[in-house]
Structures are given as structure tokens and as C-alpha cells.
Design a protein around this ligand. Structure first.
Ligand SMILES: O=C(O)CCC(=O)C(=O)O
Length: 281
């Protein structure tokens, strides 16, 4: 399959989970109607984003006994017949009761095909700007997550995970054609690093990279950066937006991966005799 139409739903979400889920469904169906093959939702798309909300909005991920968001995500994927990267939701583990920030990925038949628990928790202290400590409430995941599609394998990770190049590098060296990041940068770190990080992950690995943010809500305690963006393997921006609710569409032309790797062959010029191949750790 030569190209995939990707849609990033930059969703406006509020305090009411049922309203957020219904709104997400409308937007996923709209993207599918516009021809999208894969649709991405933002980090914490079913709730406001903040450590004070994780416990209250948490759900177990159990497809045999699906909770509200799990049922809604499966039905959204099935009814729109797309690969759905279901943003993230606060997950409560059935066995330990621990909380995670978790992305679920769904097939066009509505089956759960991957689950990623955010590996790097967002703990920052930016003097005079913001303090945020996910680790006060959440536990980290412990694996790199990939899923298969007819267009190739994709890696998925969440927001702060994008700052750790090893994760994308390992996924790329394991054959992924792109990295998908549901994310919610903010008005402090967004203008500094959001676009740069996406383009860097694409450039280093010569793959596609896309990040999907919530829309900005100035009445919320956390002001999301927005600017959901798709980048190609040359590190060029294919499509982006501002901070308001929107759907960002981009055609991923898969031949570009070979083209950039032939033109600038860093992919095969690595010196694993000088430094370690992190994908073989
Ligand atoms: O890395 C950043 O600057 C923002 C990360 C973030 O907002 C998150 O992980 O949710």
C-alpha cells in the first residue's frame, strides 16, 4: 500500500467524560468520512489533563468486560473502519490498583491490538513557569509498543516519551515506518520543543512522526499547546494547525522512507563498532 491517510483529531475536551467520548466519536467518524485510514486522539482525551484528575477518571482496560471508554473506543474504530490510536486514558490496573497513563490502539474491526503505558512520566520543575509531577500519582510503563498495519509497523508512545530518542530509534530499527505520539505539551514547553522534537525523531530515524494534542482550553488548569503535527521522513512538516479544535490530515507516502535513506544513507552508516546499537540491548 503506497500511502496512508492519517488524521490527528485535536479534540476539545471538558470535565464530562460521556460528552468527551461522544464528541471524540463524532470527530473520528468525520475523519473516516474524509478518507482517513488511521485516526489519532490526544493524550487524556476523555478527561481534563492534570494529576488531580487521574484517579477520578481512571478505568480498567478489560475488553471482556469493557468500561465506558474502552467500549466507546472499540465501537469508534469498528464503526469508522479505521486504525484508531485512542489517545490515552487514565488506567487503573486490575491486579495492583496502580494508575497509568495508557494508550490503546484498535483495529478497523474494533479489536484491541496494542496497549502502551507511558514509559517516561512527566515530572518537571520549570522555575517561575510550571511544576508538574505525574509520578506523584502514576506508575510508568516498561516496554516499547508497536502495532502492525497494512502500511507497515508503527511505534506508539505518549507525550514526554518523545523526549527520549532511544525509544523511537529502537522502534525504527525494529522496522517501524512511523512514530505516533498522543501528547499534551503546554504553553511553556510547546513553543520551545514540540515541533523540534517531532522533526528530530523523524530526521534521526528517517521515518514519519506525528503528535496529536488536545485543543487549548484557557478555562482549564492545564493549557495545552495544540499544534498537532505530521512530519515526513525528510523531517518536513506535512500538516499542522494552531491551538483550536481541528482535524489535521496528511498523506504518508511510504516511498519517502527509501528515498531519504538512499539520498542521505545515515540509516546504514551507523558505527556500531564505536557505540552500542540500542535496539539490541
Ligand atoms: O515534555 C514536555 O514538555 C511536555 C510533556 C507533557 O506534557 C506530558 O508528558 O504530558
Amino acid at each position: 500500500m503506497a500511502s496512508l491517510k492519517l488524521a490527528l483529531v485535536q479534540l476539545a475536551a471538558g470535565a464530562q467524560k460521556a460528552v468527551n467520548l461522544a464528541h471524540a466519536r463524532t470527530k473520528v467518524l468525520e475523519a473516516a468520512k474524509a478518507g482517513a485510514n488511521m485516526v489519532v486522539l490526544p493524550e487524556c482525551f476523555n478527561s481534563p489533563y492534570g494529576t488531580q484528575y487521574f484517579a477520578q477518571y481512571s478505568e480498567e482496560i478489560d475488553v471482556s468486560n469493557p468500561s465506558e471508554s474502552i467500549k466507546a473506543l472499540s465501537e469508534m474504530a469498528r464503526d469508522s473502519k479505521v486504525y484508531l490510536v485512542g489517545g490515552s486514558i487514565p488506567e487503573r490496573a486490575a491486579d495492583t490498583g496502580n494508575l497509568y497513563n495508557t494508550c490503546t490502539v484498535w483495529s478497523p474491526e474494533g479489536s484491541l491490538i496494542a496497549t502502551h503505558r507511558k514509559v517516561h512520566l512527566f515530572d518537571i520543575d520549570f522555575p517561575g513557569k510550571m511544576v508538574f509531577k505525574e509520578s506523584e500519582v502514576l506508575k510508568p510503563g516498561n516496554k516499547i509498543t508497536e502495532f502492525e498495519t497494512p502500511w507497515g509497523k508503527f511505534g506508539v508512545a505518549i507525550c514526554y516519551d518523545i523526549r527520549f530518542p532511544e525509544l523511537a530509534m529502537i522502534a525504527a530499527r525494529q522496522g517501524c515506518v512511523g512514530m505516533i505520539y498522543p501528547g499534551a505539551f503546554n504553553t511553556t514547553t510547546g513553543p520551545l520543543h514540540w515541533e523540534l522534537l517531532l522533526r528530530a525523531r523523524a530526521m534521526d530515524n528517517q521515518i514519519f512522526a506525528a503528535a496529536c494534542s488536545p485543543a487549548r482550553d484557557m478555562d482549564a488548569s492545564y493549557h495545552a499547546w495544540g499544534h498537532s503535527t505530521i512530519v515526513d521522513p525528510f523531517a518536513r512538516i506535512i500538516a499542522t494547525t494552531e491551538e483550536a479544535e481541528d482535524i489535521v490530515y496528511g498523506n504518508l507516502e511510504l516511498r519517502l522512507i527509501d528515498e531519504v535513506r538512499r539520498s542521505i544513507p545515515i540509516y546504514t552508516q551507523r558505527r556500531f563498532d564505536v557505540y552500542l546499537d540500542v535496539s539490541k540491548h
